[in-house]
Design a protein around this ligand. Structure first.
Ligand code: AMP
Ligand code: MN
Ligand code: MN
Ligand code: MN
Length: 280
């Protein structure tokens, strides 16, 4: 039996609601044996998470989830096993956070024009002055009863074509993969079945990812259906990619995903952790 791995999750360093310590405690209690922290565009929570995991005897993988724009589609690339002190990765991510800060102010201005005042300040309060994401706007909009829940709020306000959506340019695919590799990590395409692209375009994305040095793809993800596991496992096989598994957990307020519940990888997948040394 392989250990229980969860290689994708968020803390309060980005848009999760548990601190890195609380996240590690909850993962351990849920039976996870090796846990990654992969906050959006920041390495901020990694030291705390590592300390907490050590104290629990839980395996830990330092990670990140990088926002990328590829052919006008936002794609997320997870880095696993990255050095939290890497200057190349650190400065690449700092550039993305600058864009995030500008975008947040712009989302606030657009929502104000739409009659919703104070959204920027509200989102900022939810972010505790750390990285600011659309999720923080979503929590504010739900609090102010503009929609019943996070999903509805995204649909009404925060996606392409809606009043609070701001298009932008995140990292280039090639740069994101390079930053991860230079930080000693492995690059993984996050939740590939979630992108709104057809099969041909997804395979083009995977092909380019492999060309620039990407090594793995999330086959099992909290945002994949059972059918997706097998579709993506077939792509992994065709492109010679390693398979990863991660919940994409954001906290107990997002009850549709819980820690410790990921199924095993489909047969025939080569797990990304297969060649890792003991993880801590
Ligand atoms: P950002 O990187 O700031 O654009 O925010 C993206 C984040 O918003 C994702 O990582 C998810 O956590 C969250 N998100 C995106 N779409 C939805 C949705 N439909 N429902 C709930 N959360 C979402
Ligand atoms: Mn998120
Ligand atoms: Mn993502
Ligand atoms: Mn994520």
């Amino acid at each position: 039996m392989s250990k229980h791995y969860d290689l994708h999750a968020h803390s309060t360093a980005s848009d999760g609601t548990l601190s890195p310590t609380q996240l590690m405690q909850r993962a351990h209690a849920a039976g996870v044996e090796v846990m990654a922290l992969t906050d959006h565009d920041t390495l901020e929570g990694l030291h705390e998470a590592r300390r907490a995991a050590r104290a629990l005897g839980l395996g830990f993988v330092p990670g990140v989830e990088i926002s990328v724009t590829w052919e006008r589609v936002t794609v997320h690339i997870v880095g696993l096993g990255v050095d939290p002190e890497s200057e190349v990765l650190g400065s690449g991510l700092a550039g993305l956070r600058e864009f995030r800060d500008w975008r947040a102010a712009e989302i606030g201005r657009r929502l104000a024009r739409h009659g919703i005042e104070g959204a920027f300040e509200g989102a900022l309060a939810y972010s505790n002055g750390r990285l600011i994401s659309r999720t923080h706007f979503a929590r504010f909009l739900v609090e102010k009863c503009h929609a019943p829940d996070l999903r509805a709020v995204f649909r009404r306000f925060l996606v392409n074509g809606k009043p609070g959506f701001v298009a932008g340019q995140w990292a280039e695919l090639e740069d994101a993969v390079r930053w991860i590799r230079e930080a000693g990590g492995q690059a993984v395409i996050a939740h590939p079945a979630r992108y709104k692209v057809n099969r041909g375009k997804l395979r083009r994305l995977i092909g380019e990812f492999v060309e620039v040095g990407g090594e793995a793809i999330e086959v099992v993800s909290g945002s994949h259906s059972r059918g997706d596991y097998f579709t993506i496992a077939a792509h992994a096989h065709d492109f010679g990619l390693l398979a990863s598994a991660g919940s994409d957990y954001h906290g107990p307020e997002h009850p549709w995903i819980e820690l410790g519940r990921l199924p095993e990888l489909p047969r025939g997948c080569k797990a990304i952790w297969q060649e890792w040394p003991a993880t801590n």
